[in-house]
Each structure stands twice: as structure tokens, then as C-alpha cells.
Write a protein that binds this ligand. Structure first.
Ligand SMILES: Nc1nc2c(ncn2[C@@H]2O[C@H](COP(=O)(O)OP(=O)(O)OP(=O)(O)O)[C@@H](O)[C@H]2O)c(=O)[nH]1
Ligand SMILES: [Mg+2]
Length: 300
């Protein structure tokens, strides 16, 4: 018997959804940083075995949209409620369950199996163990009231604690079905997407405040040659002043980010990379539907 299905990962920003998907798939498919709103797209990560295919979807953290880009992000998260065979609702040990009530209410009404994952339990373990056990119990209780139909699993995505058990449980819950994708396929996104995400990850890590949120990256050239890959990427910002910050004094900041991105890209593609980065202003792109469409923010 062959099982296959869609297992969609949703939850509030920064709870560890992308870290979890990467651990489950065993590859760094989705960028993950300490900043909220790292993920902006719905990204598939596929686990294949002889008798099973799990199609995970990582999604942006749920938020109340302030501009058009965030509306698209929320639409990606909501689309993941429509086509799941199993839903993974991720929270962590510090999050207030009252956050984004509307979305939670949609999850409460779902009839498919929902697994509530309480992530980052490693953060509890720094307390003495009895105290941390009782804190975990009270978190579980609170969530049990909110999502009475959900199975609850405490995990640590970072430490891979509980993730094998989770995979086993998903296997049990998956329907009998042929595979949806080729068995050697790992994701639904093309190489260029991962290039722009890896550059964006370095920008999230390197720049403060609003800068990373005003950035989008477009890969204008991706040319795989025998010995190396040549990449040209444009970093778009919303305003002239942000361009100066990205480039930095005498270009030092951009050079540093580009070097970090190149190293990460070499790891990802397992090949030497020649990376050129350019910075351009695309005024208020986050609020322009036309620009968002051209950057691929169009949930079906
Ligand atoms: N201590 C601890 N930290 C974790 C764990 N899982 C993830 N993190 C950290 O939490 C932060 C957010 O992780 P992400 O995977 O980017 O979270 P996300 O839910 O995908 O965030 P968005 O894409 O912004 O919605 C990162 O700094 C992770 O290293 C965990 O099990 N324990
Ligand atoms: Mg994420």
C-alpha cells in the first residue's frame, strides 16, 4: 500500500515552522532566522520513501496585514488550510494563544486531523526539571481547551526532539494514494527561488529594523556552467535612503552580505558560485499589486 498527502505547516510568526520543515525533510529548503516574518511564500518540502510521499508546505507566519505584501503572505497561510490532509499547527512555549484568534478559529472548525506542536521545549529545560514539566503541562492544558480535537505533541525542532515520532504519526494519518510528485523531487520551487531566498536570509541577519522587510531579491541571471554557477541578483528596496544603507560606507555592507550569500549558495548547490549583486529602488513595491505579481506573490 502506498500513502501520500499534503501536510501543511501553519502558525504565528517565529514559532519555528521553517526550522521544523527543514528537519523533517532533512534539507535546508526554507530560510529560518531569529526575526519574525522570515518566510513570505508557501514552500513545499517533499519526503519520499518507497511506500510514502509526504508533501509538506511551509507557510508565512499568520499576521494582520498592514500592506499588500502581507495580504499575500496571509493568503498563502490561509490557502494551506484548504488543501491539507493533515494540518500541523505550530506554537511555542512562550506564545500567547490569544494571538490571531481569527486564524485559530478557522483551525478549530477544521475536520481533517490537526496536530498541535508545542515547539522549543528545549527552552523549558533550562529551568529545574519539575518546574519545567509543570509549565509544559499548563501549556498543554491551555491548548487542549482551545483545540480539543487536536493531538498535542511537544517538540524541539532545533534539537530534532519528537520529530521522528511526528513523522511516524503523519504516516499513520496519511491516506492511501499514489505519489503526487516525482519521487526524486524535493520541492516545488526552482533554483532561482532558493538563490533569492538565501540572499534575503543574509539581509535579514545583517540589517536592522525595517530594512529587511523593505527588501525583495530578483535573480536576473542563473547560468550553470561546467565548473561554476554565474548568478546576477538585484536587491530591490523601497526608497533611495534604504539603498544607501544596503550598500553601506564604501560598499562594505553589501560586500559582506554578498560574500555570506555566496558561501551559503555554494553549500546549497555544492558548486562554486560567481555572484554579482546590484541594488535598485522599486518605489513602494510592497504596496503595488503589479510588482508583487512580478515577484511571484500570487497565491492561487
Ligand atoms: N530554542 C529553540 N529555538 C528554535 C526551535 N525551533 C526554531 N527555533 C528558532 O526560532 C526562530 C524562528 O525560527 P523559524 O523556523 O524561522 O520560525 P518560523 O515560524 O518559520 O518564522 P516565520 O517564517 O517568520 O513565520 C529561529 O531563531 C530558530 O532557530 C527550537 O526547537 N528551540
Ligand atoms: Mg518561516
Amino acid at each position: 500500500m502506498h500513502k501520500a498527502g499534503f501536510v501543511n505547516i501553519v502558525g504565528n510568526p517565529n514559532v519555528g515552522k521553517s526550522t521544523l520543515m527543514n528537519q523533517l525533510v532533512g534539507e535546508r529548503i526554507s530560510i529560518a532566522t531569529f526575526k519574525a516574518q522570515t518566510t513570505r511564500h508557501r514552500i513545499m518540502g517533499i519526503v519520499n520513501t518507497d511506500d510514502m510521499q509526504i508533501v509538506f508546505s511551509d507557510t508565512p507566519g499568520v499576521l494582520k496585514p498592514n500592506y499588500k505584501l502581507q495580504e499575500s503572505m496571509l493568503a498563502f497561510s490561509e490557502s494551506a488550510l484548504q488543501d491539507a490532509d493533515v494540518l500541523l499547527y505550530v506554537t511555542d512555549v512562550v506564545e500567547n494563544p490569544e494571538k490571531n484568534r481569527d486564524f485559530l478559529e478557522k483551525v478549530q472548525r477544521m475536520t481533517i486531523p490537526v496536530i498541535l506542536l508545542i515547539n522549543k521545549i528545549d527552552e523549558l529545560a533550562s529551568d529545574n526539571s519539575r518546574n519545567s514539566q509543570s509549565r509544559l503541562n499548563s501549556i498543554v492544558e491551555k491548548w487542549h481547551e482551545l483545540l480539543p480535537h487536536a493531538e498535542i505533541l511537544p517538540i524541539s525542532a532545533k534539537n530534532k526532539f519528537g520529530t521522528d515520532m511526528l513523522l511516524k504519526r503523519i504516516h499513520e494519518l496519511l491516506p492511501e494514494s499514489p505519489a503526487y510528485f516525482d519521487k526524486d523531487q524535493l520541492t516545488d520551487k526552482p533554483a532561482r527561488f532558493f538563490v533569492s531566498e538565501i540572499i534575503r536570509e543574509k539581509i535579514l541577519l545583517y540589517y536592522d529594523k525595517e530594512i529587511p522587510y523593505a527588501v525583495e531579491v530578483r535573480v536576473e541571471r542563473f547560468k550553470e556552467e561546467e565548473k561554476l554557477i554565474r548568478i546576477n541578483a538585484v536587491i530591490y528596496v523601497e526608497r533611495e535612503s534604504q539603498k544607501g544603507i544596503i550598500i553601506g560606507h564604501q560598499g562594505v555592507a553589501l560586500k559582506k552580505v554578498s560574500t555570506e550569500a555566496r558561501k551559503a549558495l555554494e553549500k546549497f548547490f555544492d558548486k562554486p558560485i560567481y555572484l554579482e549583486t546590484f541594488v535598485k529602488v522599486d518605489k513602494d513595491w510592497r504596496s503595488s499589486q503589479k510588482e508583487l505579481d512580478s515577484f511571484g506573490y500570487n497565491p492561487e
